[in-house]
Design a protein around this ligand. Structure first.
Ligand code: ZN
Length: 107
């Protein structure tokens, strides 16, 4: 399971929106920090402005990586090239979120 907020490993934290009368699915979380964010959002986990921005950043980083390979035929990629793409995208997404929340803490 991954944390619904930061996408790191969930570590025994969670949030059950139905307990406060919000009809949303339960989520797994990694920490009290992400639990507090979820509680503040009343369980809603639709992407917020920082997450949407992080997705755009991650998309741009992935595109840059693909361009660096010089091959857009995905069937020709090695397992290492695929793994690097995933690493580039996830790392940029997480870094973008950390930067955004450092400048605009959600609590
Ligand atoms: Zn988290």
């Amino acid at each position: 399971m991954i944390c619904a907020i930061c996408r790191r490993d969930a570590r025994g934290f969670g949030f059950e929106p139905r307990l406060i009368g919000v009809p949303a699915p339960a989520v797994k979380l990694c920490s009290r920090t992400c639990q507090n964010i979820t509680t503040r959002l009343k369980g809603m986990i639709n992407p917020n402005i920082h997450e949407r921005s992080a997705l755009l950043d991650a998309s741009a980083a992935g595109g840059t990586y693909v361009e660096s390979l010089g091959r857009t035929d995905l069937a020709t990629w090695t397992p290492e090239e695929w793994a690097t793409l995933i690493d580039v995208v996830i790392t940029r997404f997480q870094d973008s979120l950390r930067t955004a929340y450092a400048e605009d803490p959600p609590f």
